[in-house]
Unconditional design. Sequence first.
Lengths: 180, 171
Amino acid sequence: MDVTPPKDLKELFTGFLAIGARSFGGVMPWAHRTMVEERRWLTQADFAETIGLCQFLPGPNIGNASIVLGKRWFGVAGSIVAFLGLMALPFIWVMALGVLYLEWASDPVVRAVVTGVGATGAGLFMGTALKLGRALVNRPAALVLVAVCFLSVGVGRISMLIVLPVSAAIGIFFARRGWL
Amino acid sequence: MILADLALTFGVLSLIAFGGMPAVMPEMQRLVVEVKAWTTPAEFIQLFAIAQAAPGPNVLICSLIGWRAAGLPGAIVALLAVCAPAAVLSWWVADLWERFKESPWRIAIQRAIAPLVVGLTLSGGFVLCTPSTPDWRLWTIAAASATAFLTLKINPLWILAAGGSVGAFLL
């Protein structure tokens, strides 16, 4: 497949603007559609590898992807332009919705609907976790780590600043022994 | 000063958000609601709902929290703070990561982090639908949503819409 990376900062900006503006229900599918299918900035494999790296790094995945891709094409300026393009419209949408919500927050029905959406979003996170967890079901050591994280952070409400370093150290120990 | 406090809090969250925003929600909720009291537990889930329903990255929940804590400047500071440290790290690591592709340490780190992301993302969902005292209605909605997500191949926006309608009757 022929790829044509963005030729200038303007094209980079409008591309990321298009991703942010349309990304109802999750950004990744729209990032794929815009960059791989419509604008052909990079190949499918390249996209998957970049996203894989950004999912591994801490921080917002798609935010990191805008930094990494912007850097690849135009250096620091590219990173900044891609990031701003990505966030500009969603920031306005979410603030507008926030203001609108505050106007109506005293209405019990509105509050119930919004809380229902929140619980649904929480369920989507759990669904995502279970989907990712399917790859680990045959590895008892991995399941132990999943349970430790869930019980300490989710149920026990212990700070991740404590749990993360400890469980990462155990994880790396397990992985070096070939248990993961 | 509250803007500095927002910057520091969300800056720390940025660097521990392995697996993205879902995995760092437990710590965000703990800091924002329990430690700093920028929002109530009930308001936290509502701000999360708004960020999920609006188009765009789910990291925008941070600007809503910043906005409730310190207005528009708070919204901008919180968003930049949660993105910048991770962005700087991505900037440096992207090339390094490629160079160590075959390194046994890179492989070990990747394998170690996968189960943590699963456990923490699960925690994120659990914490969000358990605002203060356990509420079976929120758990039911969350369980139904997770099931729908895993079995139906539809845009998650439809699941959110259905959950909101159920909420109108149940909550």
